[in-house]
Ligand binder design. Structure first.
Ligand code: SAH
Ligand code: SF4
Ligand code: F3S
Length: 438
C-alpha cells in the first residue's frame, strides 16, 4: 500500500480527525493522493449530525463500488460519527467496505490496516480509557492557522443532537499538553490556533491537582505563547459563558473579538424542549456583556427551525431575534430526526414543507443582513492574517482573515503568507471581502 485519500464530511473536529489520520499514515510512509481514483486506501470520515449527511455518505460510499471492482486491492475504510453510530451495520448496505473505526479509535488505524492485509475485516468502535491524553501526529491542511483539540465528547444532551452519543463523555486534555502542542506548532510556522471542543466553556471539568484549569485560565496560558498571534475557539455553549470568559476575551491581546454562540431558537418553550438550559433573555444578557466589553465583536450562531412543537409564533421570535441581533453570519438548519435522541419521541413533528419554508425565509433574511454587514466594512481598514494564496488560483493574490473572522482577498505575493498586514476594504461580497494593502 502506497497512497491514501481521506474524504472529510463533518465539522471542524471531524476535519481535524482527518488531519490526525493523515499524520498516522504519513508516519507509516504512505503518500497523500490527490484523487480517490489513485489511492490504495480511501477513508471516508463521516458526519451524522443530520439525516442529509447520512444520505450523502451512503451515496458517496456507493460510488466507490466501481473503483473497488476495478481494483480489488483497494482498501475502503469508514470512520467518524456514522461509523461510531452504525458500526457493523454499515457492512449490510455497503459490503465493499473493508474496515470501520470510531471517533476514539483513530490511533489504531495502522494496526487496523495491517489486520486488513492479513485478511481480517475489523469493526472497532469502543471508547477506550484516557484516550484524551494521547497526542497523535497530525498533517494539517494549513500551517498558518491550525486546529487544536482542547476537549472531546459532550455531556449536554441537547434533545435533538447525536454528538453525545457518537463522541462519548466530555473529557478535557491537560493544559500542559495543549500548551506544548501549540508551542511546537508555532515553531513550525503556525500563527493562529482554533481551540476545539463541543462546549469549550466547560473546559477543565474533571481535571484535578496541578492539571486543574478553567477555560479563561487556559486562554491566558495560550496567550503567553511567544510567536502566536491569534487565538480562536469553537463552540461556546451560552449556558456556560461566564463573566470571567468575557473579561479574558477583552483583556488578552491574542484572543480574537469574535464568538460563535449558538442560539438555536429564540423561543423559551422551544429552548426548554431542546434542553438548552438558557432562556432567550439570559442569552441576550450575555450577548450584551460581550458587546459592552468588545464593541467591535463579530458574532455568528446556529439556528434550528422546525423543532417538534415549534409554532408559527415561536418561529417568528427567532426571525425577530435575527433581525435585532444582526449576526455577521449564521448556520441554519431544518430540524432533522436523529437516532437515540429524546426529540425523536416528542409530540408535534412538523411537515417537511413547513420546515423548508421557515428555513428558506431565515436564509434569505440572513443573506441580506450578511451582505449589509459586509458592505458596511467598505472603506474601513483591518488587521489581516494572511493564510494562503487566493483559492481562485489568481496569481498575485492572497487570502486571509480579519480578527473578526471575515475572509479578505487582496493583491499580494505569497511571501506575505503567515504575516499580519493592514488592508483597506474596497468591496463587500456575500461570503468575503475584497481589499487592498495599505
Ligand atoms: N457543540 C456544538 C455544535 C454541535 S453541531 C454546539 O453545541 O454548538 C452544530 C449544529 O448543528 C448545532 O448547533 C445545531 O444547530 C445543528 N444540529 C445539531 N443536531 C441537529 C438536528 N438533529 N437537526 C438539525 N440541526 C441540528
Ligand atoms: Fe450537541 Fe448540544 Fe453537545 Fe452541542 S452542546 S454537541 S448541540 S448536545
Ligand atoms: Fe461533527 Fe458531524 Fe460528528 S458535526 S461531531 S462530524 S456528527
Amino acid at each position: 500500500m502506497r497512497s491514501y485519500k481521506v474524504l472529510t464530511f463533518g465539522c471542524q473536529m471531524n476535519e481535524h480527525d482527518s488531519e490526525k489520520m493523515s499524520g498516522l499514515l504519513a508516519a507509516e510512509g504512505l503518500m497523500k493522493s490527490d484523487t480517490a481514483e489513485d489511492a490504495d486506501l480511501i477513508i471516508i470520515n463521516t458526519c451524522s449530525i443530520r439525516e442529509k449527511a447520512e444520505q450523502k455518505f451512503f451515496s458517496e460510499v456507493g460510488k466507490l463500488k466501481e473503483l473497488k471492482a476495478a481494483n480489488p486491492g483497494l482498501v475502503i475504510a469508514v470512520s467518524g460519527c456514522i461509523a461510531q453510530q452504525e458500526g457493523r451495520k454499515i457492512l449490510r448496505r455497503a459490503p465493499h467496505v473493508d474496515l470501520i473505526f470510531g471517533n476514539q479509535n483513530i490511533k489504531d488505524l495502522p494496526d487496523l490496516i495491517a489486520s486488513r492485509t492479513r485478511g481480517n475485516r475489523e469493526v472497532r468502535t469502543d471508547f477506550p480509557e484516557a484516550y484524551e491524553h494521547e497526542l497523535l501526529p497530525a498533517v494539517r491542511t494549513g500551517t498558518v492557522s491550525s486546529f487544536v483539540n482542547i476537549m472531546f465528547g459532550c455531556d449536554n444532551f441537547c434533545s435533538y443532537c447525536v454528538v453525545p452519543h457518537v463522541r462519548g463523555r466530555e473529557k478535557s486534555r491537560r493544559p500542559s499538553d495543549i500548551v506544548a502542542e501549540i508551542t511546537t506548532l508555532v515553531a513550525g510556522g503556525c500563527r493562529e490556533v482554533t481551540l476545539l471542543g463541543q462546549n469549550v466553556n466547560s473546559y477543565g471539568r474533571g481535571l484535578e491537582g496541578t492539571d486543574a484549569c478553567t477555560f479563561p485560565e487556559l486562554l491566558e496560558m495560550v496567550d503567553g505563547i511567544d510567536g502566536l498571534e491569534r487565538i480562536r475557539f469553537v463552540t461556546s455553549h451560552p449556558k456556560d459563558l461566564s463573566d470571567s470568559l468575557v473579561e479574558a476575551m477583552a483583556r488578552l491581546p491574542k484572543v480574537c473579538e469574535n464568538i460563535h454562540l449558538p442560539l438555536q431558537s429564540a423561543s423559551d418553550s422551544v429552548l426548554a424542549g431542546m434542553n438548552r438550559k438558557y432562556t432567550f433573555a439570559s442569552y441576550m444578557e450575555k450577548l450584551g456583556k460581550l458587546r459592552a466589553a468588545m464593541p467591535g465583536i463579530t458574532l455568528s450562531t446556529d439556528i434550528i427551525v422546525g423543532f417538534p412543537g415549534e409554532t408559527e409564533e415561536d418561529y417568528r421570535m427567532t426571525v425577530d431575534a435575527l433581525e435585532s441581533i444582526r449576526y455577521d453570519s449564521i448556520f441554519s438548519f431544518k430540524y432533522s430526526e436523529r437516532p437515540n435522541t429524546k426529540a425523536l419521541k416528542m409530540p408535534g413533528h412538523l411537515p417537511e414543507g413547513v420546515k423548508s419554508a421557515r428555513l428558506d425565509h431565515v436564509i434569505d433574511l440572513q443573506n441580506r443582513i450578511t451582505e449589509e454587514k459586509n458592505a458596511g466594512c467598505v472603506g474601513k481598514t483591518y488587521e489581516v492574517l494572511v493564510e494562503r494564496p487566493d483559492k481562485t488560483g489568481d496569481a498575485g493574490r492572497v487570502s486571509g482573515k480579519t480578527r473578526g473572522g471575515k475572509i479578505v482577498n487582496f493583491a499580494g505575493g505569497v511571501s506575505l503568507v503567515g504575516r499580519l498586514v493592514t488592508v483597506r476594504i474596497t468591496e463587500g461580497k456575500k461570503h468575503s471581502l475584497v481589499g487592498e494593502m495599505v
